[in-house]
Design a protein around this ligand. Structure first.
Ligand SMILES: Nc1ncnc2c1ncn2[C@@H]1O[C@H](COP(=O)(O)OP(=O)(O)OP(=O)(O)O)[C@@H](O)[C@H]1O
Length: 311
């Protein structure tokens, strides 16, 4: 469980995190989303005591991180996988970490096995690929068998097999009753991995809630209907308050549920060839939610090409 209350961080004049209050519940995977510079890493760093809040509080499993006597067994953290630049082997790096926290070497071997590093555990970490570094970072986070995991961009640099592995790993950890809080810019991956979302922009919470509720709050659900009597159905559902668009026997309705549309059709003997909810993707919802919070807008590609041509 992670609980933040009015958590705030200023860097000089810059407000990186602005009075955010949230609870990350155990037994769930909570995705932390937001554009570059939104304040995700700063929030995660404050949770694990690497940055001191300017004001407000944050606790993990009921206490500030620094107050835990054995933090590694409470909270597993992956913040910057590239941070481990060492000439030591992966095994020796993990053993050193384990030794300073009273964790057995058997557990080191377990996490090496669990993260698929067995074949390279004797190799120098400095020579690791980005993906191997991520796996090592996850192994280190898992070392103390913690109740809470905080993972900043855990799939960054992983190949598709690695991405799938992280997805299953975090889902299993949450199913075990653990708290998993992870950030990612990969929306399709997040929609498959997370139960809940916390979306921030410019240091403030934009929205939070179950993934589908967040998507529906933005787009609402449209209903697609195909019928040989489409125009008659369109008149009926309009009378019930739906907005209708479409042509050639295919309608897209908003404002009614699939159940309501089906029942209206049945009550008037209208034949349906298709009746399906049309949900927006998380990516579409995310873009719409964060459009005012993006600090670093990309230039329009077309525009850039034209500029390049005139140079
Ligand atoms: N040590 C620092 N000193 C000054 N400003 C900082 C520092 N760390 C972060 N910031 C600023 O705080 C804001 C939030 O940064 P943060 O790294 O938390 O965002 P983020 O959501 O993790 O972004 P990204 O998705 O790019 O990793 C940014 O404007 C950033 O420039």
């Amino acid at each position: 469980m992670i609980e933040a209350h009015e958590l705030t961080k200023h860097y000089g004049d810059k407000t990186a995190v602005d009075k955010i209050t949230f609870t990350i519940a155990p037994g769930t995977v909570t995705g932390f989303l937001g554009p570059n510079g939104a304040g995700k890493s700063t929030t995660m760093r404050m949770i694990v005591g690497l940055d001191r809040p300017t004001s407000g509080t944050v606790t993990v499993n009921g206490k500030p991180y620094a107050k835990h006597r054995s933090p590694l067994t409470e909270v597993g953290v992956l913040l910057d996988a590239k941070a481990v630049h060492t000439g030591r082997s992966a095994r020796s790096h993990l053993r050193t970490m384990a030794a300073t926290h009273g964790i057995s070497t058997r557990r080191v071997d377990e996490v090496i096995e669990m993260t698929g590093l067995a074949g390279v555990a004797g190799k120098r970490v400095g020579g690791f690929s980005l993906g191997m570094g991520q796996r090592l970072g996850i192994a280190a986070a898992m070392l103390g068998d913690p109740r809470t995991l905080i993972l900043d961009e855990p799939v960054n640099g992983l190949d598709p097999e690695g991405v799938k592995w992280v997805r299953h790993l975090v889902r299993d950890l949450a199913a075990d009753g653990r708290t998993v809080f992870l950030s990612s810019h990969l929306m399709s991956e997040m929609s498959q991995t997370a139960d809940h979302l916390l979306v921030i922009g410019k240091g403030r919470i934009i929205t939070s809630g179950p993934v589908q509720a967040v998507i529906d709050s933005v787009s609402g659900t449209a209903v697609r209907v195909r019928s040989p009597q489409a125009s008659r159905l369109a008149d009926l559902v309009r009378a019930e308050g739906a907005t209708v668009s479409g042509e050639d026997g295919v309608l897209e309705l908003r404002g009614l549920t699939t159940e309501q549309v089906g029942e209206t059709a049945a009550a008037h003997g209208i034949v349906l060839h298709e009746l399906s909810p049309q949900r927006a993707s998380l990516e579409e919802a995310y873009m719409s939610l964060t459009q005012d919070a993006v600090e670093f807008h990309s230039e329009d590609t077309h525009h850039t090409t034209q500029e390049a041509e005139t140079r």
